[in-house]
Design a protein around this ligand. Structure first.
Ligand code: SF4
Ligand code: SF4
Length: 254
């Protein structure tokens, strides 16, 4: 079995918004139903990722000089290279797999919720019913037997592509060049850059507009980046306090 880092490349330029990925994900991973309400946001009935929505297909309607345009994009956990959710988990429930993905082991999640604000993308979420944290596992059980994740296998247009990250990056660069040559100058890659604030993503995207249009942060930063410095400052402050208290105690004893 390959031990190369595996990932997703989601090419939103060929997504048709069928939501087969959402359904396949739910079916394979036994993710509970998350509502069929009309949200008023086009055909989007889940609005964002959550404990019960591990793939979310966004529908963005844009009025442009040349007419109405629909942008569709299937969002997912980014399986960050520097994953803050994993850094803050006190139980080891979140861990890095042999495929470079980030997985939650629900049986040892204690529901503390530290991982929720740590994620710079707002991906991981607590389930109301049991308080535990849930998110995409990139179908870890399927990867272990050499199968691809359910969403990628189901996507009829191959908007969701799965494989070794290096191959996907190469393929994405080729697709981007093709689109730009065809005059789609706003096309861009998101999450592919290993020098970005999270060290690059294991799940990256080809977008047709600014990330904010899709509800994605433009410059995500690993939220635990400053933790070592903060702990150092806290330790120095605690030492200064202890020294001051000891000095007062000695003075009072004279
Ligand atoms: S996107 Fe959020 S939940 Fe997913 S690996 Fe990165 S920090 Fe963790
Ligand atoms: S299955 Fe593919 S084409 Fe259908 S909504 Fe998901 S990403 Fe888009």
């Amino acid at each position: 079995m390959s031990t190369a880092r595996l990932g997703f490349f989601t090419d939103t330029s060929i997504c048709i918004g069928c939501k087969a990925c959402e359904v396949a994900c739910k079916e394979w991973n036994h993710v509970p139903e998350d509502g069929l309400a009309l949200t008023g946001m086009s055909y989007d009935n889940t609005v964002g990722l959550g404990a019960d929505t591990w793939r979310h297909v966004a529908f963005i309607e844009q009025a442009r000089p040349d007419g109405l345009r629909w942008l569709m994009s299937s969002d997912v956990c980014k399986h960050c290279t520097e994953a803050a959710c994993l850094d803050v988990c006190p139980t080891g429930s979140l861990f890095r797999t042999e495929f470079g993905t980030v997985v939650v082991q629900e049986d040892i999640c204690n529901g503390c919720g530290y991982c929720i604000p740590a994620c710079p993308y707002g991906v991981i979420d607590q389930r109301k019913e049991d308080g535990r944290a849930w998110k995409c596992t990139m179908c870890y059980d399927r990867l272990q037997v050499g199968a691809e994740p359910a969403c990628a296998q189901t996507c009829p247009t191959r908007s969701i592509q799965f494989g070794p990250l290096d191959d996907l990056r190469e393929r994405a660069a080729g697709r981007l060049a093709e689109l730009q040559q065809a005059g789609v100058t706003d096309a861009r890659l998101y999450g592919h850059d290993a020098d970005d604030g999270v060290g690059g993503n294991g799940a990256f995207f080809l977008l047709l507009d600014e990330p904010e249009v899709y509800g994605l942060p433009p410059d995500p930063v690993v939220t635990t980046r400053d933790l070592p410095a903060m702990w150092r400052h806290a330790a120095m402050a605690a030492l200064a306090l202890a020294t001051g208290a000891a000095a007062s105690f000695l003075r009072a004893g004279r």
